[in-house]
Design a binder for this molecule. Structure first.
Ligand SMILES: C[S@@+](CC[C@H](N)C(=O)[O-])C[C@H]1O[C@@H](n2cnc3c(N)ncnc32)[C@H](O)[C@@H]1O
Length: 345
């Protein structure tokens, strides 16, 4: 796969590249110009990337190989869903100054966040797959060519695995900022990755600290999206701000369940339903998970609809020492002796 083959060269981009005489412009001058135009820091990382890009432009018939993206849990969020997500959480996110997308892919959620929040001063993104990085950079450039007067934060996009990225350092350097973490982490389990002989895994694969046999059997299996979500909460729970993450329903259930022992400083946990089959053509249930950081810990999650016009549904979570599927019903029947039928085991 040629690393540039995913770029969509719009008419604006073509005109821009002709105008700046991309074939002749010096590397440093080009990067400076691209920063002024798009906010993207070090648009071309080095001269080799730049030379490869020029070669790609002069030979657009480059052969595109199709490689399997299964090990990367690759379900890109379309632009409509991305816009819906940011609009739905907009009033709760309230003027974030930093936008962080930890596995930004083709960049639709990142761009939707950038467009929705004028308060953003800095964007940080991480992605493992280089063709998506180019696609996203050129999308951002195309956006600012169309909308030159829009808020233009400094945008740094890292080509790195989120498992190697220093979250702790980012958290330390942004502790005075109001953060919005937005994203859709990979939809793949460690068991699937083992079958694929993939090493796209965190180093600490037994992150739930299961003991002995549990760690070696089914209980040790986890979704890497869950690992990423928990790790982000662990690192950013002391920040002002919130996170909005598209994840499998089981991930949201597990995060709420594990709150009992994690006691993360999060509140207002919400699970926004949408049709995952329609949006991702995936035969797995998924929702938008939302929570606010830097608060007293809460141990329950409200289930609502992504479509704001559909009414409130219910709440699941911990009541006393029971993890309950529908807390509203449980409260009605809790005074009846014996085991409550709504307890979630
Ligand atoms: C479910 S897709 C979602 C992409 C994007 N966040 C969106 O909302 O459309 C997951 C993305 O994670 C990327 N990815 C997979 N493993 C990764 C890793 N270890 N570090 C960074 N990105 C990774 C994939 O390449 C893919 O783009």
């Amino acid at each position: 796969m040629n690393q540039f083959s995913q770029i969509i060269l719009t008419e604006d981009l073509n005109q821009f590249l002709i105008k700046i005489e991309v074939k002749y412009i010096a590397f440093a001058q080009l990067n400076e110009l691209l920063f002024e135009t798009s906010g993207v820091v070090s648009f071309f990382n080095d001269v080799v990337d730049f030379e490869d890009f020029k070669e790609y432009l002069s030979n657009q018939n480059v052969k595109i190989d199709t490689i399997s993206r299964t090990e990367f849990g690759d379900f890109q969020t379309n632009t409509d869903l991305s816009d819906k997500v940011v609009r739905r959480i907009s009033s709760q996110a309230q003027n974030p100054t930093i936008l962080f997308e930890p596995t930004f892919g083709e960049g639709n959620l990142l761009l939707a966040g950038l467009q929705e929040f004028n308060s953003i001063e800095k964007v940080i993104g991480v992605e493992i797959y280089k063709p998506y990085i180019w696609k996203t950079k050129f999308k951002i450039l195309a956006y600012y060519l169309q909308n030159p007067s829009k808020n233009k934060p400094s945008i740094t996009l890292y080509h790195e695995s989120i498992f190697d990225f220093d979250l702790n350092n980012l958290a330390r350097n942004t502790i005075n900022d109001k953060i919005l973490i937005i994203g859709n982490p990979p939809w793949v389990t460690n068991a699937q990755l083992t079958t694929l002989e993939s090493d796209n895994l965190p180093r600490k694969s037994n992150f739930k600290n299961n003991a002995g046999l549990d760690a070696m059997t089914g209980k040790g299996n986890f979704d890497i999206g869950e690992y990423i979500t928990q790790n982000l909460i662990r690192n950013f729970q002391n920040h002002q701000g919130c996170m909005a993450f598209l994840v499998k329903n089981i991930v949201i259930k597990n995060i709420t369940f594990d709150q009992k022992r994690n006691n993360f400083l999060i509140k207002n946990l919400q699970k926004y339903h949408f049709d995952a089959k329609k949006e991702f053509n995936a035969s797995v249930e998924a929702s938008l998970f939302f929570c606010e950081f830097n608060s007293n810990s809460e141990y329950f999650c409200k289930e609502v609809n992504l479509d704001a016009n559909k009414p409130f549904e219910n709440t699941f979570g911990w009541i006393n020492n029971k993890f309950v599927a529908i807390m509203e019903d449980y409260e009605i029947y809790a005074n009846i002796d014996g085991i409550c039928p709504f307890e979630w085991r």
